[in-house]
Write a protein that binds this ligand. Sequence first.
Ligand code: LLP
Length: 473
Amino acid sequence: MSRSAHPAGPRHGDVLPEGHYAAPPEDLNALDPKVWARTVVRGEAAEGGALQVGGLDVRALAEEYGTPAFILDEADFRARCRAWREAFASERPGSEGADVYYAGKAFLCRAVVRWLHEEGLSLDVCSGGELAVALAAGMPPERIAFHGNNKTRHELEQAVKAGVGHVVVDSYEEIARLAWAAQQFGVRQRVLIRVTVGVEAHTHEFIATAHEDQKFGLSLTGGQAAEAVRRVLNLDSLELAGIHSHIGSQIFDTAGFEVAARRVVGLLAEIRDEHGVELPEIDLGGGLGIAYTSEDDPREPAEIARSLADIVRRECVAADLTPPRLSVEPGRAIVGPTAFTLYEVGTVKPLEGLRTYVSVDGGMSDNIRTALYDADYSVALASRRSAAEPMLSRVVGKHCESGDIVVRDAFLPADTAPGDLLAVPATGAYCRSMASNYNHALRPPVVAVLDGTSRVLVRRETEEDLLRLDVGH
Ligand code: LLP
């Protein structure tokens, strides 16, 4: 295996091409705990200095499971579940308590459902498929909330029949369809109404689902939310439990949530005034940001819980309302930091005066977020320690597109070479769950590690899996 440097690539101190990295990190072997799962460490230099997770060497994991692979730190996942649950349990705005719903769209499989159940979390699903996985793994249906802006009749029936705790309704049509489905099954379905609170997108660039001009929710200012409340209250087969708001994703600042909480509590007061009922629940959605690079500064669950509970409490006191039960739905903030993607380097191509393209054995089929959202990621040489100088790099995949970029701007050691393993941290959320078979790529496995042991949660796809869907004539 060649360990030669690539002299054509820019070096520390050169004028860099476009990209936001002003300078390489001081120590390329160091691991910023903000972006790595909790049990990840770099091994002793004498043993090669490879990364370890859950007490296991990534070289052994690559050997056993192949690459690319998502490696998930179970202890970290469980610790984050507990941190969220405890934060909200101790910061509930009223005597009614508070719930944490994990947003399954970030990543869901049966083992994860069982962990959530064991750690006392509830689950938000947004499709019949996610519901099926949740039920198959034994999640109590009353702890499931069903979301979506266009749930099919079949999905609504599936949800009602299963006995899900809440259906979060998103349109007038759905209210009618759900009422009918509930009537067929002879049940009174609890619902939340998803409202658009009108938080302007410019308050934060990532707050993108609470402004008016998009498909989700029923508008507060336009009166559709109030009309939805009237309709639900008039239907015997539906029980209006409360109001739901989700303002967007990868948000670091709680100001948007505070505005949302204020407006949702305002609606509760209007409902009390118009209908004489105090709704017992509000759900402020998910969207809490995580660190993808050292530049990101996420807040702790306890701090988030405190500020949300405070604002709800304060607004309720002002409106003379009993504080409702508060729910949140973090997806990324729980699973995102708990996994990294392990890749093997296949080619290293220095481009004079630009950067070095390091190709790995995955790409946009296992991480579409860089191409789709211009997301930033970090990367580390995982199979060994290196004393080589930093080399401005772009980590790219093996797909037939020049936009197939995994990490747009990164410094890797200049001796990075084919056969090396790279690890891209913070890929637990929206990577495996948004993975595709583009170019008939085989979607990577998800391997859990815990206390020196590893096991496959979701196996690697095979060519047989691909051919099984192709009827062949
Ligand atoms: N609740 C609702 C109603 C949601 O729509 C979402 C995310 C969540 C909770 C969880 O949000 P989180 O805490 O994970 O940010 N594919 C995009 C993210 C789309 C999120 C859609 N809804 C990404 O990769 O960034």
